[in-house]
Design a protein around this ligand. Structure first.
Ligand code: ACO
Length: 317
């Protein structure tokens, strides 16, 4: 893989999120499952999650907010990329519904790279901008509650619904993306999977073990690709699967734990939506300033992993 030599880069100019109204606490789950708030909080960091809606509905809500924040009219968007592993329908792609409902006039496609989907989409969006698109809307949206077996305590405590979106606009020169890495270990796809029409099945301990390794290898490859070191990173925006996975990955990467952004306590694992939900939360809480170097890192079923190193611009081009 070569280092980046783009002549036409991109910056994020707008962002938005959507969460269903229905809050499901750990105590709510403990009412029907053999589990407890203490167990879930200690083992995962999750205290509550949001459940409900449709993937397209959440995507439209988050996408509209991102367009509004960027001050971009729907007619100006050149491409919609929707990262999701829980599409509304088998066919057509959920992005076609979102494209119509947002009033976009551009091409639209879904990307399924499980919980790495948003970063896969981010790299894809940059590729299209390097090749001529001016404005791309990227959304990560999920309704994992639809494929969760609510009688299985090993998975029901983890998964939830939500969406996050960003608008990317072209700039002359390299833009925000300093380096990236996309990976997949398809031989491990059996450790986390859902058949068509079925529920998520997971070998939790093995996913945990593989996730830490995959996240760190991907992050290190992206940092090397960007030509920056771990100590240059201002904030890590990790996929929100389990607080202990984030703890272990930060330790292994040698980045202080305080530099990890997190929303898992209130969102659970929202797969493709988790990184944009975490990014926007960090922006809203003033944790990101212009010039900061961010490391976005995800992993998920597949086993996919994906990292992007971004120098935050925070301004309109
Ligand atoms: N409540 C109470 N006890 C439980 C629960 C529960 N919800 N679930 C499991 N237990 C019990 C087990 O039965 C076991 O009991 P035993 O010791 O008597 O046999 C004990 O708790 C320990 O079980 P483990 O599975 O070893 O627990 P662990 O500490 O590994 O935590 C967990 C389980 C939270 C699932 C963890 O393995 C994990 O987070 N794995 C990664 C999951 C993940 O990241 N998935 C998403 C990937 S991203 C994507 O693509 C969607």
């Amino acid at each position: 893989m070569q280092n980046l030599t783009p002549t036409r880069g991109a910056v994020i100019t707008g962002w938005g999120t959507a969460l269903p109204n229905k809050v499901v606490t750990n105590d709510d789950l403990a009412a029907t499952l053999d589990t407890s708030d203490d167990w879930i909080s200690e083992r995962t960091g999750i205290r509550e999650r949001r459940i409900g809606g449709t993937t397209s509905g959440l995507a439209v809500e988050a996408g509209a907010l991102a367009l509004q924040r960027a001050g971009v009219d729907p007619s100006e968007i050149d491409l919609l990329v929707l990262a999701t592993t829980t599409p509304d329908d088998q066919v057509p792609a959920t992005s076609s519904k979102v494209q119509h409902e947002l009033g976009l006039t551009c091409g639209a496609m879904d990307i399924n790279a499980a919980c790495s989907g948003f970063v896969y989409g981010l790299v894809t969006a940059h590729g299209f901008i390097a090749n001529g698109c001016d404005k791309v809307l990227l959304i990560g949206a999920e309704t994992l509650s639809r494929i969760t077996d609510w009688s299985d305590r090993s998975t029901a405590i983890l998964f939830a619904d939500g969406a996050g979106a960003v608008v990317l606009e072209s700039v002359d020169g390299p833009g925000q993306l300093l380096g990236w890495n996309l990976a997949s270990m398809g031989g491990l796809r059996h450790i986390l999977h859902a058949e068509i029409g079925g529920h998520l099945k997971m070998e939790g301990r093995e996913v945990f073990r593989q996730a830490v390794v995959a996240m760190c290898e991907s992050a290190e490859a992206a940092l090397e690709n960007a030509g920056v070191s771990a100590s240059d990173v201002s904030l890590v925006v990790p996929h929100q699967a389990n607080i202990r996975i984030i703890d272990a990955a930060m330790k292994r990467l040698g980045i202080p734990r305080s530099k990890a952004a997190e929303v898992i306590h209130r969102t659970g694992n929202t797969s493709s939506a988790s990184i944009p939900l975490t990014l926007v939360d960090a922006i809203d809480h003033g944790r990101i300033a212009a010039g900061d170097i961010l490391l976005l890192v995800g992993f998920g079923a597949g086993m996919t992993s994906a990292s992007a190193v971004i120098r935050w611009g925070g301004h309109r081009p």
